[in-house]
Design a protein around this ligand. Structure first.
Ligand code: M6R
Length: 603
């Protein structure tokens, strides 16, 4: 996971790198560090364990010389999150930052120790610093040293390297971990993700794997790391607005991103509906040929929950059968799907190692693979036959919110695309989707935050929170539980309502809170009888559902009345806001919950 940044240009580099790191904090926040030229020929390295603010404090009043600088924010894999293990790592004049995992680290470390290199950290990264130094001492050329130094390295890496002997020069290369280049009139950025440098430039180029980028005062050159071939740089302008990556008047990114849900839906629909909103256009899928016999979704976490909703939607509107698999489980099973099945990986970041691995396996087994992601240029977009982009804009909060809305929009579009255009179900469903963003916006605009705060308080008073749902409400229930767990650290779990009697109902007693989204019109009577079973055993049930959906109940948190699936969006917003308010009451770090990272780039 971790985030890396490199800068070379005329600006004072410490401020630039620290600011860029603050945009990458969502990737990890166990420790951080920076390297910059303090004097000509002298690279200063500063590192701190804990949040980035500790590094910022340590560097107060310190500035560097214009030229190159690198920075790192860590999510610990090899070695504890101590200052010694924080990056950058140094070997003589070579200083580097790394994101990824070196699989043959032990063996390389032993060889280097035998050759007399000493190690000062437990990280796999230090091996890279020594290997590059060894090669640099032979050639005196930093680019060649990086190419040669990495020859025997197995695993994944994205690195940025600077050298005391070469101010203004920066070398970067990646394999299996993301890295993007940014260019702004003669100054260059290297980063794990675009938001890091969005403030300074929108001219972006994903660095192809195993291509070494060398940035020097004379510009950028790209060279194949194995064959030395020259690669031409091709920068493109990303449509992201830098303001989208700012918190604005909101207290947290998560809160801002929840309120950006309607925009995420609208932008994801943009250009995909005909002028009169009666047709769905997904040219990315047209290229793949006729409808597949089966679809297999692979995803993790919140993206997996979006896929579960997708299954329900696709199977309701089309004859295509759908499987939904957790990427990390899918990777290690034989794939017995029908010939011609599409395997669709859903990943907000496009960098989740397990989802990339699952897609890779599916491709090797001869299936057509499709990447659905929010990040143009991410790894998933390079390794799949077709790419479907959600357009939620940069999502910074670790808890996924607006990206989920965009994913649900896109799976809903796929369902409509696969369904029969003339059918009444497809027509009605499409008009529901078309009006969904405006309705969600209206709902969020008149939101009863007192009611949410009251429910959030009840959540904190409960020993354990159970979320239940059937049909469309089941993915919402497990998504609600995930959101609550990850940012409040409170025990919570989601179950299909019908499963309760097979075990989980044993947990129900006075003092236990159950939350039930109730937006699936088809299964509502069955959901209501599950609720009665819980109440009969002393559990407290909070329901989230359309205000006038049923004579039999009035929901604890009423949603606007809706026909069909639009309730998925409003109910999800309520669940997100519930978790958000509960976390605020609990005083946890909402945007950077403990132990988590935004992109899980390790298996
Ligand atoms: O980037 P991805 O969509 O592949 O990420 C998958 C999960 O790691 C992610 O959804 C995670 O569960 C979120 N933190 C949930 O809020």
């Amino acid at each position: 996971m971790c985030g890396i940044i490199g800068y070379t240009g005329p600006r004072e580099p410490v401020g630039v790198v620290l600011e860029a790191l603050s945009r990458l904090e969502y990737r990890g926040y166990d420790s951080s560090g920076i390297a910059f030229f303090r004097d000509k020929g002298e690279v200063a390295v500063a590192r701190a364990s804990g949040k980035l603010s500790r590094l910022v404090e340590a560097l107060e009043g310190i500035s560097g010389l214009a030229g190159s600088a690198i920075g790192h924010i860590r999510w610990a894999t090899h070695g504890a999150p101590t200052e010694e293990n924080a990056h950058p790592h140094r070997s003589g004049p070579i200083v580097l930052v790394h994101n990824g995992i070196i699989e043959n680290e032990k063996e390389l470390r032993l060889d280097l120790e035998e050759e007399g290199f000493t190690f000062t950290s437990e990280t796999d990264t230090e091996v890279l610093a020594h290997l590059v130094l060894k090669a640099f001492l032979e050639s005196g050329n930093l680019t060649d040293a990086v190419r040669k130094g990495l020859e025997k390295v197995e695993g994944s890496y994205a690195i940025a390297v600077m050298c005391e002997a070469r101010p203004g020069e920066l070398v970067a290369v990646r394999k299996g971990a993301p890295l993007v280049l940014g260019e702004a009139g003669g100054e260059f950025f290297i980063a794990s993700d675009v938001p890091a440098f969005l403030k300074w430039t929108r001219k972006v180029m994903p660095l192809p794997p195993e291509v070494v980028a060398t940035i020097s005062p004379s510009g950028l050159t790209l060279q194949g790391s194995k064959d030395g071939r020259t690669v031409s740089p091709r920068f493109e302008e990303v449509p992201w607005d830098p303001v989208q990556a700012e918190k604005g008047a909101f207290r947290h990114y998560m809160e801002k991103e929840i309120f950006e849900g309607p925009r995420a839906i609208m932008d994801t629909l943009e250009g995909r509906l005909g002028e009169d909103n009666t047709r769905v256009f997904l040219p990315e899928l047209v290229r793949l040929g006729p409808n597949p016999p089966e679809i297999v979704f692979v995803a993790c976490g919140t993206s997996y929950h979006a896929a579960l909703l997708g299954r329900r939607m696709i199977e309701s509107l089309s004859p295509v059968s759908v499987h939904v698999e957790i990427s990390s489980e899918f990777r290690y099973r034989p794939l017995r799907y029908r010939k011609g099945a599409w395997v669709i990986g859903i990943s907000q970041s496009g960098e989740t190692a397990d989802t990339l691995g699952a897609l890779d396996l599916a491709r090797r087994e001869g299936f057509l693979t499709i990447g659905m992601t929010n990040v143009a240029g991410s790894s998933i977009t390079r390794d799949t036959e077709a790419v479907l982009l959600t357009r939620a804009g940069p999502e910074i909060g670790v808890a996924s919110t607006k990206a989920f809305m965009a994913q649900v929009t896109l799976v809903w579009l796929i369902a409509l695309y696969l369904g029969r255009r003339e059918s009444r179900e497809v027509k009605e469903s499409l008009s529901g989707l078309v009006r969904a963003p405006a309705r969600l916006e209206g709902f969020l605009g008149s939101f009863d935050s007192d009611a949410i705060s009251l429910m959030a308080r009840k959540i904190l008073d409960s020993r354990f929170v159970i979320f239940i749902g059937r049909g469309l409400d089941y993915p919402l229930a497990i998504e609600g539980a995930l959101k609550l767990k990850e940012i409040t650290y409170r025990p919570a779990d989601g179950y299909p309502g019908g499963e309760l009697k097979h075990g989980p109902i044993a947990l129900v007693e006075p003092g236990v809170l159950v939350i039930a989204p109730l937006i699936d019109p088809d299964l509502r009577p069955k959901e209501l009888s599950n609720i009665r079973e819980i109440e009969a055993r002393g559990g407290t049930v909070l329901t989230i559902g359309p205000a006038r959906a049923s004579k039999e109940f009035s929901p604890s948190f009423p949603l606007p009345d809706c026909i069909g699936w639009e309730g998925v969006f409003s109910a999800s917003s309520v669940l997100q806001l519930l978790a958000y308010h509960a976390a605020n009451l609990a005083g946890t770090d909402v945007d950077q919950p403990r132990n988590l990272a935004k992109s899980v780039t390790v298996e």
